[in-house]
Design a protein around this ligand. Structure first.
Ligand SMILES: *[C@@H]1O[C@H](CO)[C@@H](O)[C@H](O)[C@H]1NC(C)=O
Ligand SMILES: *[C@@H]1O[C@H](CO)[C@@H](O)[C@H](O)[C@H]1NC(C)=O
Length: 294
């Protein structure tokens, strides 16, 4: 498949990080965004379980009341900070129109976050996913999301991911940045693989971080409703409302596999060795233990 260069326009660099071109063209209102002290910001590198943690947080915020969660599609519940449209309204406009306490979403690396989040000592939930599965998931997302440039072959894409030439930049820098800031700011740092392994335990952490106290039956219900199988069939989260011209789910579904270890079906032995070496270099001095298989 030939690379469609016209689509490359959809990503642009700011401070060396590729973002949606519209975000870069409208950067000033994003950077000037006024956070409030009771804002909760969900932060992820793309394809790290963003929709999953959003649904978990929303269900906790609504005390497990499914009907309340299902009033609008997920993308409309938590403004996407750097979204500038089209379609409008932008994430900033949406957030400004929202009553507090607000729950917002971003993929921005910590160093590009609007400063008011730090100044107001907001709460952050960062969800990280092991780099290999994240890379694979992002590849398939690139293939189906028609607003993104063609990822090229797996080999080409592999190089781009490693060198941070994908939307929202380098996975390594992203994780490092948020990991480093977590000790100075109110951050709940979670791992995709932990939620997979022990959803109730991790959902309880989120609940406590949000200052909520829900009983066990409600927690059990949230565990059930946020399982991959349930979410895949939930039209309010599975992007079935997004037109095919934007997301072509016949190429690859938005909710694809939701597993740990699918990288083994994509990485060659040589790629894996090379990746492990690069990982070591890039994550030096950072004591995170990612799990890449369950
Ligand atoms: C397509 O991908 C870009 C980059 O991840 C994302 O910002 C955008 O929201 C996606 N499109 C939709 C409709 O979700
Ligand atoms: C989304 O959920 C609806 C309702 O369960 C289902 O019919 C549809 O096939 C799902 N879409 C995808 C892409 O999985």
């Amino acid at each position: 498949m030939a690379t469609d260069l016209s689509k490359q326009k959809e990503l642009k660099e700011i401070a060396g990080i590729l973002l949606m071109a519209t975000s870069v063209d409208n950067w000033s209102p994003i950077q000037k965004f006024e956070a409030k002290p009771d804002d909760l910001l969900i932060c992820t590198f793309p394809k790290s379980g963003t929709t999953w943690i959003q649904e978990i947080v929303d269900m906790i915020a609504q005390n497990g009341d499914l009907e309340k969660c299902q009033q609008v599609i997920l993308q409309q519940r938590h403004p996407f900070l750097e979204w500038t449209g089209p379609p409008k309204p932008s994430g900033v406009e949406r957030a400004n129109a929202m009553p507090s306490p607000r729950i917002l979403k971003t993929h921005l690396p910590a160093h590009l976050l609007p400063p008011s989040f730090w100044e107001n000592n907001c709460k952050f939930i960062y969800l990280a996913r092991n780099a290999k599965d994240c890379m694979v998931s992002y590849y398939h997302f690139y293939r189906m999301n028609q607003t993104l440039p063609d990822p090229g072959t797996w080999e080409e894409y592999f190089e781009n991911f490693i060198s941070g030439k994908v939307g929202w930049g380098s996975w390594f820098d992203h994780v490092r940045g948020w990991w480093t800031s977590k000790d100075s700011y109110r951050t709940l740092f979670l791992f995709y693989e932990d939620i997979k392994r022990n959803p109730k335990q991790e959902i309880r952490k989120v609940m406590q971080f949000m200052g909520k106290n829900l009983d066990e039956t409600i927690l059990d219900k949230i565990v059930q409703e946020t399982s991959f199988e349930k979410m895949k069939e939930n039209p309010l989260v599975n992007r079935s409302a997004v037109p095919k011209s934007v997301m072509d789910q016949s190429i690859s579904p938005f909710m694809r596999k939701g597993t740990v270890g699918d990288w083994k079906n994509h990485f060659t032995v040589a790629q894996n060795e090379r990746f492990d070496k690069i990982y070591k270099e890039k994550m030096e001095g950072i004591s995170i233990n990612f799990c890449t298989e369950l």
